[in-house]
Design a protein around this ligand. Structure first.
Ligand SMILES: NC(=O)c1ccc[n+]([C@@H]2O[C@H](COP(=O)([O-])OP(=O)(O)OC[C@H]3O[C@@H](n4cnc5c(N)ncnc54)[C@H](OP(=O)(O)O)[C@@H]3O)[C@@H](O)[C@H]2O)c1
Length: 235
């Protein structure tokens, strides 16, 4: 362990519930670093008690709300863990339909994965939109793809076609484990090499471009406004 005397304080929250996210933000002290990592691939009809799809709430609305509540005067680095920009180029966010009832593909069993992909594109769009709004402050925000990582819990709810797809992917002997997946997010949170860098997306510690449908400022702003409405914040 790098810091054996570190004092750890654990806080539990259900990040699918915006009530819990708000309460978590109130409990936390001023932060130096926030890494948004939680994500799920839930069924489309898995709706939280707050009336939002669990995938949309956990993967996108939670970081939108938490990071906006935690951004303050103190210098800080925010990192949003997204996914593979190459694969995500094929699943643009429908900014008129965040709940994504349309256009999720012909195979019903794969639609939860398509919705997950859209929320992972939302992660990049949120990074760009938040960085613009934090421009001139000492808070930076960047996105990262951890790589295709084996042995995590991401596919635990998968059924049918999606389960078979996940098993096929995980069978690749070249896949790395969670330590490799944590590398780029942790580097963005701590390295002097990215002092002051903001509004960028990284894979393997390299800055990469994400699809044009994620960088379009008008689309990012429409996502921002609708997300703000869903979490009950002023746009
Ligand atoms: N694995 C990959 O190949 C891959 C590829 C691209 C991107 N990613 C991204 O990497 C990140 C980590 O994924 P992973 O593969 O490591 O999957 P994982 O093992 O399932 O990790 C996801 C984490 O999210 C937490 N979580 C889920 N719902 C939550 C909620 N409502 N409240 C609080 N925590 C919640 C889970 O906590 P519990 O364990 O307590 O449920 C779990 O620790 C995700 O953002 C994912 O999109 C992964």
């Amino acid at each position: 362990m790098a810091v054996p005397d570190a004092e750890l304080q654990l806080e539990r929250a259900d990040l699918a519930l915006m009530r819990d996210v708000r309460e978590l933000a109130e409990r936390l002290p001023a932060v130096d670093v926030v890494i948004s990592n939680a994500a799920v691939i839930a069924e489309l009809d898995d709706i939280t008690e707050e009336g939002v799809q669990r995938t949309l709430a956990t993967n996108h609305l939670a970081p939108h709300l938490l990071m906006r509540l935690l951004a303050g005067e103190r210098a800080a680095r925010f990192v949003v863990v997204g996914a593979d920009p190459g694969a995500l180029a094929r699943v643009p966010v429908d900014v008129d339909d965040l709940r994504s009832v349309r256009g999720l593909g012909k195979v019903p069993g794969m639609r939860p994965f398509a919705l997950y992909g859209r929320t992972k594109n939302m992660n990049a769009m949120f990074v760009y939109a938040l960085a613009r709004r934090l421009d001139g402050t000492t808070v930076t925000v960047n996105g990262a793809h951890p790589g295709i990582i084996k042995g995590t819990g991401l596919g635990r709810d998968a059924r049918g076609a999606l389960k078979a797809f996940g098993a096929a992917m995980q069978a690749n002997p070249l896949l790395k484990g969670p330590d490799a997946g944590a590398d780029t997010p942790a580097w963005l949170a701590t390295s002097n090499n990215v002092d002051g860098v903001t509004g960028r997306f990284f894979v393997d510690r390299e800055q990469v471009d994400t699809a044009p449908h994620t960088t379009d400022a008008e689309r990012c702003d429409r996502l921002w406004d609708e997300s703000a409405r869903l979490v009950g914040l002023d746009p």
